[in-house]
Write a protein that binds this ligand. Structure first.
Ligand SMILES: [Fe+2]
Length: 510
């Protein structure tokens, strides 16, 4: 099948579709692709199941027709709308195929129990990245064939994307995502979901890709006609998170930090909201985060005191960052609050960076990153933290510098790529070393800096052959976004020698 060389104009989302996405955490699309695309992909998936192992992150060169879906005007338009024009495709992607189950199709209780037990929020790759409420990542799932309930569709928990975790009451709300061949399901990265049970007689194919934002929103990137928030009339989630929805709508419209004037609060009300952080029901927690963020200055003191104290709970090397292997790191609710508050919180958060407790430092770094460009005065101090004794702080600091997007960090970031201390050579998890984890975060940040990393072009080219493939993928993106002829020449030369011949197989290797 010929690959289209001309791109159709992206189909951007409407205000209503954006409202719905913020509330439910997902939307479903039907991409426009050349006739036969889904059938070709489905046949190739089925052939691969029988003849090869799962190519994992290398699936695109193995099955390049998937690009037709990723490049469709509906998918590009939706991703531009959600993540901004200069989004990146994250190197992690995974083809989930499900062979027919041997479960009794009439044992509905057992089937449902399996779906509920499998409910989860995804882990980032590589693991142990901070869970962000802001729309920085979107998950893409695609079916190459008609998927009905019998095929074991992905299930989803509407409105769970601001949750710190998935509770039993959430698991009970899983609904199946079904649709004809070509159905694309886009969701907030933190949305809870689960695999279904394949009770049909064919292999079910679904492939997941991740997209990431590179830049802070400066203005609506969708078909915007009004920046006034409007709660959708039909909400799939059975609760009201209006303070959160309003914050994230405002952020996507280009407003950094809170600009709303909080209603006058009695002291007792503020105290009640503070007690709901990290406690109470998930709904109360989420609303408390955003109601406190709007209050601003008046609550910076108690929130930073809380973050200062929370680190004391954990001895060195035993913070939640360390405890959760292979998963996403949920930060303290106070960090989400200060991160949503914006400029008012910066000075106090910078003060917390001197804390002797790693969990306090890591929360403060995270919150500064969530504030983004309005925390740019913290960049010199954050650059110093790239030498923190705790590798988790280094990784989160690299992330924060990517969110802030200041060119002043690039040399220190490149220096880290040259650093590989003996301690970092230790296997960390899933075959990655600590050095790999750190270097991926650094390379991701250089990709997000883009043109702001132009002075580091030679250093970036020098590391294209990093033994961890994700590092090179991000560095290619950094060079592409720098865009100078010499940078683009390095990109082409690197990719040309890695070009994959998808027509080869074990019977014909040439
Ligand atoms: Fe998942």
């Amino acid at each position: 099948m010929a690959i289209e060389t001309t791109r159709l104009d992206p189909v951007l989302l409407t205000d209503e579709e954006m409202h719905q996405f913020l509330v439910d955490g997902f939307l479903i699309l039907q991409p426009t692709v050349p006739v036969g695309t889904h059938e070709t992909i489905d046949e190739k998936f089925t052939w691969l199941v029988e003849h090869e192992t799962n190519p994992g992150n290398n699936i695109l060169p193995r099955l390049p027709e998937l690009n037709l879906v990723l490049e469709s005007p509906e998918v590009r338009g939706a991703i531009i709308s959600l993540l901004g024009l200069n989004y990146l495709i994250h190197p992690h992607r995974y083809w989930h195929y499900k062979k027919p189950s041997d479960m009794d199709p009439d044992d509905h209780e057992k089937i449902w129990a399996q779906v509920m037990a499998g409910s989860h929020q995804d882990s980032y790759s590589p693991s142990r990245q901070p869970k962000s409420h802001h729309l920085r990542y979107a998950r893409f799932m695609y079916y190459s064939h008609d998927v009905e309930e019998i095929h074991g569709p992905t299930h989803v928990i509407p409105g769970s994307h601001f949750h710190a975790g998935i509770a039993d009451e959430d698991r009970a709300r899983e609904i199946p995502v079904i649709g004809p061949a070509g159905t694309v399901f886009l969701s907030h990265f933190e949305l809870g979901h689960a695999a279904g049970v394949n009770l049909s007689d064919r292999v079910r194919h679904m492939i997941k890709f991740l997209f990431m934002r590179t830049e802070e929103p400066g203005a609506p990137s969708w078909q915007s006609t009004s920046t006034v928030w409007k709660t959708p009339e039909v909400v799939a989630a059975p609760y009201d998170l209006e303070p959160a929805w309003r914050h994230h709508w405002s952020w996507l419209c280009g407003v950094n930090g809170t600009t709303e004037t909080a209603p006058a609060h009695e002291t007792g009300v503020i105290d009640t909201l503070l007690t709901r952080l990290n406690a109470g029901s998930q709904i109360e927690r989420t609303c408390a985060i955003y109601e406190l963020a709007v209050i601003g200055n008046e609550v910076v003191g108690p929130l930073t005191d809380r973050l200062s104290a929370v680190g004391e709970q954990y001895p060195p090397n035993e913070s939640p960052y360390q405890a959760i292997r292979g998963a996403t790191v949920t930060m303290d609710d106070a960090a989400y609050t200060l991160g949503a508050m914006g400029a008012d919180a910066v000075e106090s958060l910078v003060g917390l960076l001197d804390s002797p407790h790693e969990w306090t430092r890591i929360n403060a770094v995270f919150a500064l990153g969530e504030i983004g460009s309005k925390a740019d005065c913290a960049v010199p101090r954050l650059v110093e933290l790239l030498h923190d004794p705790f590798h988790g702080v280094i990784r989160f600091t690299a992330n924060a510098l990517g969110n802030i997007g200041d060119a002043g960090a690039q040399k220190a970031l490149c220096h880290l790529l040259d650093t590989d201390s003996d301690a970092w050579k230790e296997p960390a998890e899933m075959g990655w070393s600590l050095g790999d984890l750190i270097h991926v975060n650094v390379a991701m940040t250089l990709a997000r800096l883009g043109a702001a990393a132009a002075d580091s072009e030679a250093d970036i080219i020098r590391h294209l052959n990093h033994p961890c493939g994700q590092v090179g993928i991000y560095l290619i993106e950094a060079l592409r976004r720098i865009g100078a002829p010499s940078a683009l020449d390095a990109v082409v030369r690197d990719l040309a020698i890695r070009r994959w011949d998808a027509s080869l197989h074990d019977k014909r290797q040439f």
